[in-house]
Structure formats: structure tokens, C-alpha cells
Design a protein around this ligand. Structure first.
Ligand code: SF4
Ligand code: SF4
Length: 104
């Protein structure tokens, strides 16, 4: 399962549309983002890193996150804080730094 938009949070900025490598995201008549073809999303996470209000997230495969685990991201310059919210109420948080991406 790939990216999911939350239309109650979306402010219609279009940043997710600009970064999607598959050009999969559109706006509906209310200016809210949605995925044109959900089955084409390959979960690259570019859109969720770019969204300024957390209105788009990835539902992880059950093998990875358990039942209904949703991954959100907050990015500030090169730092991204990833949060996985699980259906059982547990949260997993980890940080990535793009400056470190090619370090190893
Ligand atoms: S996860 Fe990647 S491929 Fe899927 S909608 Fe977002 S940017 Fe596009
Ligand atoms: S980046 Fe977020 S707020 Fe902006 S259009 Fe996409 S989902 Fe909506």
C-alpha cells in the first residue's frame, strides 16, 4: 500500500505534486491532493517528506509495520523525523540526515 492523503489536513500547496516522480498526485475540485492511481505508487516517500502539514502518509506493509501502521514525516532542512503510528498505539520515531546519506 502506498501514499494516502488526508483531505481534512491538506492545504492544497501542491508540493507533493511537484516531487512525485510518477506524477501520480492530483488536486480535486476543492484543491485537495489525492492519488490518481494508487496502485502505481511505489512508496518512495518523497511526497510525505515534502508536505508541510502532515496531510499525506504511507501505510506500511503488514510484514514491516504490523497491522495498520502509518508512517508520517516532518522535514526541516536536511533533517527528517519519521514517525510510525501503529494501530496498537505504539509509536516508533527515527531521524535521518541527508548530509549523512552517503557516509557509509
Ligand atoms: S510515495 Fe512517491 S510515488 Fe507514491 S505518491 Fe508519494 S511521491 Fe509519488
Ligand atoms: S503537500 Fe500536503 S498540503 Fe500540500 S497539496 Fe500535498 S498533501 Fe496537500
Amino acid at each position: 500500500m502506498g501514499a494516502i492523503t488526508d483531505k481534512t489536513k491538506c492545504i492544497g500547496c501542491g508540493r507533493c505534486m511537484d516531487v512525485c516522480p510518477g506524477n501520480l498526485i492530483r488536486k480535486n475540485t476543492e484543491g485537495k491532493a489525492y492519488l490518481k492511481n494508487e496502485e502505481d505508487c511505489w512508496s518512495c516517500a518523497s511526497c510525505i517528506k515534502e508536505c508541510p502539514v502532515g496531510a499525506i502518509f504511507l501505510r506500511l506493509p503488514a510484514e514491516f509495520g504490523g497491522v495498520r501502521a502509518d508512517m508520517h514525516a516532518k522535514t526541516d532542512n536536511n533533517i527528517t523525523e519519521w514517525e510510525i503510528d501503529r494501530a496498537d498505539g505504539k509509536k516508533i520515531v527515527f531521524i535521518t540526515d541527508t548530509n549523512e546519506a552517503n557516509k557509509y
